[in-house]
Design a protein around this ligand. Structure first.
Ligand code: DGL
Length: 270
C-alpha cells in the first residue's frame, strides 16, 4: 500500500479526542483515519506521568499494527507528559497538541499575557508554558487546572447554571491576570467555549488546540508528500478499550454526528 493512502492514527484517553478528529475530517477531507479511545483507563488527567506514558506506548503500539502513516496524540495530558518520551521510542511520525496550540496563542496575543487551562496532569507538567516561552520568553503564562470541565462536557452540562458557577470559581483568578488569549488545553474544553468566553470575557481570544493541530497535520503531510489524493473517499474506523455503546452514545457531542460502528480491543495485549 502506498504510504499516502495509509490512515492517520489518532489516540485519546477516551471520547474527547473526537474534537481533534472532527477538525482532521474537516481540514483533510480525503484522509483515512483510525481513532483509538482508551475508554477502559480514562481519565488520564488525574494520573501520574509514569502511568500515562505506559498507556500511551500501548496505544501507539496498537495503532502501529494498523499500518498508520502518522499518529496524532490528541490527548493534551498524554501530549504534555509523554510526547518527548514516545518520540524517542517510536520511528513513526508523531505529533501532539501542545505545540500547535502554543504557536497559535503566541501569534494572537498582543499584550503578551496568555492563560492556559487544562487537566491537573497537563498543568503540572508546565508543557504549554515551556512551549510558549520557547517561542517568546518575554510572554507571561498563567496556567490553571480545570478538572471538572471534563465531566461537565461528557455529561452534556454545556449550558447549565452549575457549569457557569464552576467556570466562575475556576476562572476568576485567571481573569485578574488580564490575559488577552486563553488556550483551551484539553480535548473537552471546546464544548464549553460559550461558558468559558462569557466568564473570562469576550475580549479574550480562545485558542482551540484541536483546530490548530489539524492544520499542523496538514502541513506535515504536505511537507512529507504523504497527502492522500484528493479524489478518494475517506474511511474512518473507531476502536475503544471498553464500553463501545457509551462511546457511541456521547460521540455526537464531540464529533457533531454519532459514530456508527466502534470495535472493542484488548489494549493489554499491546
Ligand atoms: N483527553 C484529556 C486531555 O485532553 C482529558 C480527559 C482525561 O483526563 O483523560 O487532557
Amino acid at each position: 500500500m502506498k504510504v499516502s493512502s495509509r490512515a492517520i492514527g489518532i489516540f485519546d484517553s477516551g471520547v474527547g479526542g473526537l474534537t481533534v478528529a472532527k477538525e482532521v475530517f474537516k481540514k483533510l477531507p480525503s484522509e483515512n483515519v483510525i481513532y483509538f479511545g482508551d475508554t477502559a483507563r480514562t481519565p488520564y488527567g488525574p494520573r501520574s506521568a509514569e502511568i500515562v506514558k505506559k498507556f500511551s506506548v500501548q496505544n501507539i503500539s496498537f495503532l502501529s499494527t494498523q499500518g498508520v502513516k502518522l499518529i496524532v496524540v490528541a490527548c493534551n495530558t498524554a501530549s504534555a507528559v509523554a510526547l518527548d518520551y514516545l518520540k524517542r521510542i517510536f520511528q513513526l511520525p508523531l505529533m501532539g497538541v501542545i505545540e500547535p496550540g502554543s504557536r497559535a496563542a503566541v501569534k494572537v496575543t498582543e499584550s503578551g499575557r496568555i492563560g492556559v487551562i487544562g487537566t491537573a496532569g497537563t498543568i503540572r507538567s508546565k508543557s504549554y508554558t515551556k512551549a510558549i516561552q520557547k517561542i517568546d520568553k518575554k510572554i507571561k503564562v498563567f496556567d490553571y487546572p480545570c478538572p471538572l470541565f471534563v465531566s461537565l462536557a461528557e455529561e452534556g452540562y454545556i449550558n447549565k447554571k452549575a457549569t457557569y458557577l464552576i467556570a466562575q470559581e475556576y476562572l476568576t483568578p485567571l481573569k485578574k491576570q488580564k490575559i488577552d488569549t486563553l488556550v483551551l488545553g484539553c480535548t473537552h474544553y471546546p464544548l464549553l467555549k460559550k461558558v468559558i468566553s462569557t466568564v473570562i470575557g469576550e475580549n479574550v481570544t480562545l485558542i482551540d488546540s484541536a483546530e490548530e493541530t489539524a492544520l499542523e497535520v496538514k502541513k506535515i503531510l504536505e511537507q512529507k508528500d504523504m497527502m492522500n489524493p484528493a479524489n478518494s473517499e475517506p474511511a474512518y474506523r473507531f476502536y475503544v478499550s471498553d464500553f463501545p455503546e457509551k462511546f457511541i452514545q456521547i460521540s455526537e457531542r464531540f464529533l457533531g454526528e454519532k459514530v456508527k460502528k466502534v470495535k472493542k480491543i484488548d489494549i493489554n495485549k499491546y
